[in-house]
Design a protein around this ligand. Structure first.
Ligand code: HEM
Length: 538
């Protein structure tokens, strides 16, 4: 009895403090003057955030943006001060451009730390500047171009795997499969090869359940499905209110840590392998080894770049062992699950649009089998399909920022009663629903939610588009945009081209929901990470 009374008492005291602090803030910013959904549809404890969680991906933000425009407010859960939701192009650009003022919000950083550690995605301030500078070279256009043949090898292994599955199927109509498993095995092999000079062997016919690849897959699927439970909403909102809770030994928090533990073990072994190889080489020729730290790993993968920076001994260009391992975890996870997620949804759309699939196949087949990097770049319809897939299915459909200082944000469209700019107070949380921006009917027309790659074959006035890659927010924008976007786009193109030239994708009619957990996930019959397709040979 007493614990319940104490908890209720604490909640009431917390609510009273929050409400009084919220009142004090009102006079100092423009948030109170913003429109927003009615308080009557907000829950007392969960604000409007429960509604958001109960709907598909960023659906509620899209509905509200249509009613209230590019800047509106919602009631935050747990008596959090009102949260601004921004889709106004100038405001979004300003927020992303000033990444030292607008940092990742307390609702996002602790789960990132739990899931992938203190690498590039999590870091802020000077630590981030240093990490980004060290990690950028392997993601330049030239470096990514050099990855083409390795990506083709992994994509061809996928092609063989699908072909064998179809040939072994007893049905004349081809084989049924959960395409998510096949694509993420392929992208895991790619990031292993180009990022770590490591073979995950995720695409072997009979995968050992104790292998790293199988364990990463199993723990990620468990993580995705935990995130779909209502209790997870509670966890992320409590963490926003009290960030220290993320470190508590609670089962819900620990699920996130499982993926990290598995990949940390691997990362530690990879680091030791590299250090051992370097020490051996150094004893033969210390001088040569120092000048060319690349020779142990081929030199251009991410791990080699990190180690070389450290060996060269420039203090401002070195990461500690812990930071290197956290970046191995970071790149292993964000480098494969993101691309795989958007790609599986795109394959599903191709299955549902046979005419688009046929047109894409005809374009790919017209170029023969041995495609080079330059051939791939010239395929106009492939480019259109990739952009349309990434527009509708951004792997990270939303992000959130916290203002570290008072600021004035410019607006593309003036807000009645406020004008063409907006006063923000230090401590303000701003939610950025990237998927809502990508599917805005004012930009993409009334069929904005429809998969139609031909829209990319018509020139568009850049002034009507938000800032970001191809006028999309899929890879975010500004200094903290996705460092891996070139690699992601190249992987997307090569995997699509390799699969579609050999395999016909067929829709199963399954009802697929789009949910966020923590990336965009297909959910079928309540099960996350599941997207059934039928496949047969061309
Ligand atoms: C379709 C695939 C991908 C999508 C849609 C995507 C999307 C994004 C987005 C939206 C962000 C910004 C997140 C935020 O600010 O909250 C981001 C950051 C990041 N992405 Fe990606 N990403 C993809 C693939 C990749 C790949 C292949 C890699 C690496 C191999 C990668 C590595 C990163 C890293 C390290 C960051 C943090 C960058 C920083 O803060 O400086 N991503 N990504």
């Amino acid at each position: 009895m007493y614990p319940i009374l104490s908890a209720v008492g604490l909640l009431v005291v917390y609510a009273l403090i929050r409400v009084s602090l919220n009142r004090r803030r009102r006079a100092l910013d423009d948030v109170h003057a913003l429109p927003g959904p009615a308080a009557s549809i907000a829950s007392w404890i969960w604000g409007h955030e429960l509604l958001v969680f109960q709907h598909a991906a960023t659906e509620m933000y899209s509905i509200w943006a249509r009613s209230f425009g590019g800047l509106f407010k919602i009631k935050g859960a747990l008596f959090h001060p009102d949260i601004i939701v921004a889709t106004d192009h100038a405001a979004v650009h300003h927020i992303f451009a000033h990444s030292d003022v607008y940092v990742k919000s307390p609702a996002f950083r602790p789960p990132i730390m739990n899931l992938i550690g203190a690498g590039l995605v999590w870091s802020e301030g000077e630590d981030w500047h240093r990490q980004r500078k060290i990690l950028s070279p392997p993601f330049s256009q030239e470096s990514v171009k050099d990855m083409t043949s390795v990506i083709f090898e992994c994509a061809e292994r996928l092609e063989t795997r699908l072909t064998n599955l179809i040939l072994d199927s007893p049905s004349k109509d081809g084989a049924s499969l959960n395409i998510v498993h096949y694509i993420s095995a392929c992208t895991l092999d790619i990031i292993g090869a180009v990022g770590l000079s490591h073979s995950f062997s995720a695409q072997t016919a009979r995968i050992d359940p104790h292998s790293d690849a199988a364990q990463i897959r199993a723990s990620w699927t468990a993580h995705v499905n935990t995130g779909l439970q209502p209790l997870s909403l509670l966890a992320s909102l409590v963490v926003r209110a009290v960030p220290a809770i993320a470190r508590a030994p609670l089962p819900l928090m620990q699920t996130q840590g499982v993926v990290k533990t598995i990949v940390r073990r691997l990362g530690t072994a990879l680091l030791e392998r590299e250090q051992f190889a370097f020490a051996a080489a150094a004893s033969q020729s210390a001088r040569a080894a120092r000048e060319d730290g690349a020779h142990t790993t081929g030199g251009k993968d991410i791990l080699s770049v990190l180690l070389r920076a450290r060996r060269l001994g420039k203090a401002d260009q070195a990461l500690s062992d812990g930071q290197i391992i956290d970046n191995i975890i970071t790149f292993t996870m964000v480098g494969h699950e993101t691309t795989a997620g958007s790609l599986t949804f795109t394959l599903w759309e191709l299955a549902r649009h046979p005419a688009v699939q046929d047109r894409l196949r005809a374009e790919i087949q017209s170029c023969g089998r041995d495609l080079s990097y330059d051939d791939i770049q010239k395929l106009e319809f492939l480019d259109a399909v990739v952009k349309e897939g990434l527009r509708l299915y951004p792997a990270l459909p939303q992000t959130e920022r916290l203002a570290l200082e008072d600021d004035v944000v410019p607006l593309s469209t003036a807000v009645p009663g406020i004008g063409g700019s907006f006063r923000i107070r230090k401590g303000q949380v701003i939610h950025l629903p990237l998927m809502t921006l990508n599917t805005d009917a004012k930009v993409w027309g009334p069929d904005a939610k429809v998969f139609d790659p031909t829209r990319w074959l018509v020139a568009r006035d850049p002034a009507t588009l938000p800032s970001g890659w191809s006028g999309l927010l899929t890879f975010s924008d500004g200094p903290r945009n996705c460092i891996g976007w070139r690699l992601a786009v190249l992987e997307f193109k090569i995997i699509l081209a390799t699969v579609v030239r050999t395999v016909v994708l067929l829709d199963t009619g399954a009802r697929v929901e789009e949910k966020i957990s923590p990336t965009l996930q297909p959910v079928v019959d309540g099960k996350g990470g599941d997207l059934p397709l039928r496949v047969r040979l061309v």
